[in-house]
Design a protein around this ligand. Structure first.
Ligand code: ADE
Length: 225
């Protein structure tokens, strides 16, 4: 899979992709991530990429020309399955969407900054708008990194233990059960006995019950909101 990320702040991604568990996928070539600095696509001398908002109001808007130039040059190179824009008014990210996106070959992710990107880019190029939740962060870079993380870890060969991504919370609409490691007695707090029993059937039953319990608890909590 290849992911092209368009951003006015490319350096944010260095540490994220260099140090995470996603390194395995990136180093082995299973996933290619290319970060594009929008300033490299600005024709102005000062490398200007933003401008005032027509109609007034505080905040700058990312200009259409650098975005279009970058998008056009990428689209000339290969066919993209999806051009995604990270925005708080997009479709809310969930595991199903990440599963679907992880099946694709080439995607582009556009990060907004300031007030956002010129609407004409959204109208002409973007085919999916994604939000990471009902809150606003300062730019699309962290949301894009979250989106990429959720997608990349689903690609076979990226995770240490391939089954673990499948057992994650939400994969089957159930939250994951609690986990424990050694020591079995930590400052008088004991690991549930069933997990030490070696009885696989009983352990699975316990995990299933805990998953159901936590999922119900979460649902109730959401309703109270
Ligand atoms: N940009 C700013 N806030 C965002 C959010 N919640 N989701 C996606 N992109 C964003």
């Amino acid at each position: 899979m290849r992911i092209d990320i368009l951003t006015p702040l490319p350096s944010i991604f260095n540490s994220i992709f260099e140090t995470s568990i996603l390194q395995r996928g990136i180093k082995s070539g299973i996933v290619k991530i290319k970060i594009h600095d929008l300033r490299d696509y600005s024709d102005s001398k000062q490398k200007k990429i933003d401008d005032y908002c027509y109609g007034g109001g505080a905040g700058m808007v990312l200009k259409p020309e650098p975005l279009a130039k970058c998008l056009r040059s990428l689209k000339k190179e290969r066919k993209y399955n999806k051009i995604i824009y990270m925005t708080p008014d997009g479709q809310e990210l969930n595991q199903k969407l990440s599963n679907n996106l992880s099946q694709l070959e080439n995607i582009i992710v556009i990060c907004g900054r300031y007030k956002g990107i010129d609407q004409r880019i959204r109208d002409l190029f973007v085919d999916l708008e994604v939000s990471i939740g009902e809150y606003v962060v300062s730019g699309g870079e962290l949301p894009a990194a979250i989106l990429c993380d959720t997608i990349i870890r689903l690609i076979p060969g990226v995770m240490n233990d391939e089954t673990s991504a499948l057992l994650d919370s939400f994969q089957d609409n159930l939250l994951a059960p609690p986990v424990y490691t050694r020591p079995s007695n930590w400052e008088g707090n004991l690991v549930p006995g069933v997990l030490l029993s070696g009885n696989e059937k009983e352990i699975n039953k316990w995990r299933e019950e805990k998953s159901l319990y936590l999922t119900e608890k979460r649902k109730k909590h959401k309703n109270i909101k």
